[in-house]
Design a protein around this ligand. Structure first.
Ligand code: R5P
Length: 263
């Protein structure tokens, strides 16, 4: 890793979305350390997708809880962090595992704007109970009704989705989830809605991880459209978060410790 500019006395911002993280982490840590050794004033990380967050407990005995381990590592190397919709399930907030200032930008605004432009009379659906945190906010911003389904996960690609009271009527169903990885969650939600007699739903995912075979597996369930946010580059990207990320970045550069000057 080589920095080609003089960074002494500067705020250095490394922008790195952490999909396929294993191959990116070492170069990222080397770049941050090099910036610091070359006199950077502060070194911050903008990671539109933040890796390892779903491993927030040892699901099987002996497993590493990578969300916390990774947070500790990043917190020793960087001065601050900006990310988009990190997967917060058992961790209540980034501050519970990151000891540096961290902003979790929400893609809810850009998603609600897209829905407002593209979807007449939407009905929002979260595929599991934890999705209420983003689906509820998007529904409020888009002035649309919403519900959440229930998910039982038995394995990486073995998921059951159930739900009652999905009163879609003549609205357009829009399923929103934070991550599409194997796409099994999204595909099962599409199948449930179609079994209940609903029209083909639009699928919106924030982070387009799409593991091998995930796109055809989701398409086979029969969605009307698959759309993602551009936190991870993918052909399904249609919703941009550069604007909301830039606002958070400006806030960090102005004052990474808001409130710290208060007495
Ligand atoms: C899980 O709790 C997340 O919110 C997503 O529902 C999940 O990560 C999706 O994974 P997959 O696409 O593999 O079903």
């Amino acid at each position: 890793v080589r920095l080609r500019s003089d960074v002494s006395g500067r705020d250095v911002v490394l922008l790195c979305s952490l999909d396929s993280p294993d191959e990116k982490i070492l170069p990222l840590l080397f770049a941050a350390a090099a910036a610091r050794e070359q006199g950077a004033r502060r070194v911050g990380l903008v990671a539109p997708y933040l890796a390892y967050m779903r491993q927030d407990k040892a699901f099987k005995s002996g497993e590493a809880v990578t969300s916390s381990i990774f947070a500790r590592t990043i917190s020793t190397v960087f001065d601050w962090l900006v990310t988009v919709d990190p997967h917060l399930h058992r961790h209540p907030g980034l501050e519970s595992i990151y000891s540096i200032p961290a902003i979790a930008v929400s893609a809810a605004g850009p998603i609600a704007e897209w829905i407002g432009r593209e979807v007449p009379s939407p009905f929002l659906i979260g595929p599991d109970e934890e999705s209420v945190q983003w689906v509820g906010l998007i529904a409020k911003l888009a002035a649309a009704p919403f519900t959440t389904l229930r998910k039982t996960r038995r394995g990486d690609r073995d998921v059951d989705i159930s739900g009652t009271g999905i009163a879609i009527g003549d609205r357009t169903p829009v399923i929103v989830d934070d991550i599409i990885s194997s796409a099994v969650t999204m595909a099962e939600a599409v199948r449930l809605i179609r079994r209940k007699g609903g029209p083909p739903p639009i699928c919106i995912g924030v982070h387009a991880l799409f593991a091998d075979g995930a796109v055809p597996a989701l398409q086979a369930a029969g969605p009307a459209r698959i759309v993602t946010v551009d936190t991870i580059g993918h052909p399904t990207n249609a919703i941009g978060v550069a604007g909301v990320l830039a606002e958070a970045l400006a806030q960090m550069l102005a004052d990474p410790h808001p409130g710290s000057s208060m007495t």
